[in-house]
Every structure is written in C-alpha cells, then in structure tokens.
Design a protein around this ligand. Structure first.
Ligand code: ARE
Ligand code: CA
Length: 452
C-alpha cells in the first residue's frame, strides 16, 4: 500500500537522537512501552567516519552495523528488547551517499575508505560527478543538481544503477533480518522518487517508510512527489506551529494541516522539531523553549493530523557538538536531565501519548477559541483538551467535553496509573461539561483511557 502511516494502534514515534543501543533498549522497557509510544526512531546504525561531531552517522563508510552507538549484537538485542516492550523500531537509513571526507581514512569499525572508494562495496564508477564546482549542489532550483550533485561534499551514489540499488537494498534487508520495522530515508529529496520505489521493491518484506524531503518554497522537487513510496516529513508543520506560538494566535490552528497547504494527513510525518531544525531552522520551538515547547507538543499529540514524532535531544550549545562520548569515542549511556533533555519523558508530553492512543480515529469536535491564544477542542467522545497560551490565567470557565460523566485525570499535570491520578482530577457532569482553571501558558487534557 502507498499510504504508510505507521502500522498498529500505537503510532507515536519517539526520536531518540544519538542514543546508544543499550540506552534505547532500557528506555523501551522503562518508558516508551509503558507510556504507549508505538515506535522508536534511532540514529543511523551503519559504520561511519571517525570524528566527534553528531553528524558522523550521516557519512557511511560501510554497511556493517557497527557504530559508536554500539555493536551489531547490541543493536539486535535492542530491537528484541523494544519489541518485547511493544515498541517497534525505525532506523534512519543513509542511502543517498557515502562519506564526505576528501582524504578518506579508517571508519569506526576499521574499514578503510576513500571519498569515492569503499572496498568491497562501491568504487568510483558507482558515484555521480555532476560537473559543478566540487560536484556540489549550487542551486536547489535545479532538479538535476539536487539529485546528481553532492550534498555538502557527500559522495553521491548512482541510485539509478541496479548494482547500487541492490547494495542499498542488501543493507536494508540486513536490518529487516534483525527485526527492524521501518526506515526514515535520509536525504530523500536527493534521490528521484522512482529510484526509491525501485529500492523499495527489492526489500524482503514490507516496512514503514518515511522520507525526508524538506519543503522549500519555489523548489522544483516537492514532498508530494514522494507520497507514492510512503510517508513524508512535513517540515512546514513545525515551522508554522512555532510561528503561531511565538507571534500569531492559537485561534488560527482550527484548520491546521491540509488547510494550511500541508501534505495529506494520511502520509504526513510531523514533529515540533527534529535534529536538523533544532540546529539550523531559526525560530523553530525546541527543548530550550521549555514550557512553550511542551505546549506545542501537547497540541501536536492532541490534534489528529499526520503521524507525530516526539524529539528527544542531548543538550547542546554549538551546532556541531556531538553527544556525550567516552575516551574511545563511544556514545555514553543516556542520563536524562543531565546532558540529555529527554523531552519524550516530560510529564505533559509523555502522558499525551496516551491521549493520542485513546483518541485514535476520533475527529475534532466542539472547537472553541477566544479569538486569540486560548483554544479548546474535543476528540469525538474520546477526549478533550484546552490550551491557554495567554499571559494570564483563565479561571471559572466551563467547557463542553461531550464525554461520559465521570472523573478524569488531567494528564497534562498528572499521570494515570493503577486507577488513580497523581495530579488534578476533572469532573465531567451528566451533560458533558466540566469546569477548570487554566494558568497562563498551560493546558488541561482528559481522555477516556484515564478515567478514575
Ligand atoms: C558535514 C559538515 C560539512 C561537510 C560534510 C562532509 O557540516 O561541512 O561538507 O560533513 O564532510 C548532516 C549535517 C551536515 C553534515 C552531514 C554529513 O547537517 O552538517 O555535513 O550530516 O556528516 C538539505 C537536504 C537534507 C539534509 C539537510 C541538512 O535536502 O536532506 O540539507 N538533511 C539530512 C539529515 C542531516 C544530514 C544529511 C541529510 C546528510 O537530516 O542531518 O546532514 O546525510 C533548504 C532546502 C533543503 C536543505 C536545506 C539545508 O531548506 O530546501 O533541502 O536540506 O536548505 O541546506
Ligand atoms: Ca543523489
């Protein structure tokens, strides 16, 4: 099937950027499974160049599953542990190119390589030389260049060649044999959609596919071209949401998604930020925005457009700064709230995953806004949320939730577990109404899966 919103009833993805495999495994058990995340997305697992920056993973040297994040055995064990916890695994697959180091060197696992030479895998004739200076992409307005020149000096594979397609599919099939459930295809814009389709047709079984095609105003290559292969990241979503929260009105969100020119929701992969936008897209909301970032994620998880991904970052102050590493260059185990932000664990965000799961398939009803920054909406008989991003509290107001009468856990402020709520309890009356006070820049959310 073409549309590829992740399979299963739990669809929320946690993007554990640059986490090592043992830490991903324990997070699946301790948090992702229990909180209802359906998927974990992990950083590229193949052998990469040896340097300390975060982006080494985007420079493959071989397709061995050996990286500073762990060995092949650790990777396999992580996949098995996540599966046992009910969490599927999506791998960031770098298949458009190999490394970008002009002088070559020795990769993480000991493979020697040159810029256009990967012994036993690819040789010079497997790469594009597009003829621009340095074979570099100089204009995103030129389709040929974008797909046949080099993205930041990364040796660009001839993805039109059957040999190259077979090698790439071999790598992906190896990952499938280890139990992987899906792929984020890095730099998809730099490969014609037909090349991706041809590679996909060589896969040994079906898998979730999400393609990275950054929308660029006026560019000839568009995200829509890729929807036949699977989902596509909708970069306008996080950009537009940040603008609304920072300088416009939440009231504008009532038709957020297709109504804003974004991709059809059925093929759209959305996030408040990802590892690129949190560094390179000025204005996007990130963990550094703290409470407002949490509110934006609450909205994303409550709003039934696209397939949401929650970012989980390590703390950084400089663009290229890599994750915490030990003396040998291995990524250290994650320590949440100390060097690692763990946004996916923040109470409001983690508990809204349960809201998303409980409201799956229920449409938006009873939209309310005050014409400014206070909004509220229901999810047809399953849940209700109100976000107050005014600078003042909104007290003494009642909301029509349209939910069965009862006592519900406010999952923005409390965790529902074992039949009780660690935070405020909201009472919906026999007519479907409830009263609540909402502090400035805060929210309240209730759903049928967290009813006392
Ligand atoms: C690093 C150095 C470079 C050096 C290179 C090779 O920074 O100076 O030349 O190594 O030695 C990441 C980092 C890069 C890093 C690279 C390789 O961001 O800094 O280069 O890894 O290690 C375009 C692409 C899009 C891409 C973004 C970054 O279309 O696919 O650029 N995003 C993915 C990943 C990145 C990753 C790569 C691709 C490469 O998510 O993390 O790069 O694998 C407009 C256009 C967009 C364009 C954007 C930025 O918005 O519409 O298409 O995105 O501008 O140019
Ligand atoms: Ca290419």
């Amino acid at each position: 099937p073409a549309a590829a919103a992740p399979a299963g009833t739990k669809k929320v993805i946690a993007n554990l950027f640059e986490w090592n495999w043992p830490s991903v495994a324990s997070e699946c058990q301790s948090t992702l499974g229990p909180k209802g995340y359906g998927y974990v997305q992990v950083s590229p697992p193949q052998e990469h160049v040896r340097r300390s920056e975060w982006w080494v993973a985007y420079q493959p040297v071989s397709y061995r599953i050996e990286s500073r994040k762990g060995t092949r055995a650790q990777f396999k064990s992580m996949v098995d542990t996540c599966h046992a916890a009910g969490v599927k695994v999506i791998v960031d697959a770098v298949i458009n190119h190999m490394s970008g180091q002009d002088n070559g060197g020795t990769g993480w696992a000991g493979s020697s390589y040159g810029h256009y030479n990967y012994p036993g895998i690819y040789s010079a004739s497997d790469f594009h030389y597009c003829g621009t200076s340095g074979n570099e992409i100089t204009s995103y307005g030129d389709r040929y260049q974008v797909q046949n020149c080099e993205l930041v000096n990364l040796s660009d594979l001839k993805t039109e060649s059957d040999y190259v397609r077979t090698r790439i599919a071999g790598y992906m099939n190896d990952l499938l044999s280890l139990g992987v459930d899906g792929f984020r295809l890095d730099a998809s814009k730099h490969m014609p959609a037909g090349d991706i389709a041809a590679i996909k047709s060589k896969l040994s079984r079906s898998a979730y596919i999400v393609q990275e095609v950054i929308y660029g105003a006026g560019e000839p290559i568009t995200p829509n071209e890729y929807t036949g292969n699977g989902d596509v990241h909708e970069f306008r979503y996080g950009k537009d949401l940040a603008r609304v929260f920072r300088s416009e009105k939440l009231a504008y969100l009532r038709n957020f998604g297709e109504g804003w020119g974004h991709l059809p929701g059925s093929v759209s992969s959305v996030f408040v930020d990802n590892h690129d936008t949190q560094r390179d897209f000025g204005g996007v909301l990130t963990y550094k925005d703290r409470g407002i970032y949490a509110l934006a994620n609450v909205f994303m998880l409550a709003w039934p457009y696209g397939s949401p991904s929650v970012m989980s970052s390590y703390t950084f102050s400089q663009r290229d700064q890599g994750p915490p590493q030990d003396g040998s260059g291995k990524t250290v185990n994650t320590t949440c709230y100390s060097g690692w932000e763990c946004e996916h664990r923040w109470g409001a965000i983690a508990n809204m995953v349960g809201f998303r799961n409980a409201t799956e398939g229920a449409g938006v009803v009873n939209w309310y806004d005050n014409g400014n920054n206070h909004i509220a909406f229901g999810r047809s008989g399953k849940g209700f949320v109100t976000v107050n991003d005014e600078d003042y509290a909104i007290n003494g107001r009642s909301y029509y939730a349209g939910l069965p009468a009862g006592r519900y856990c406010d999952v923005v402020h409390g965790t529902f577990s074992g039949g009780s709520c660690s935070g405020p309890v909201i009472t919906v009356d026999g007519n479907g109404w409830f009263a609540a006070n909402i502090p400035a820049h805060d929210a309240v959310a209730i759903h049928v899966g967290a009813r006392l």
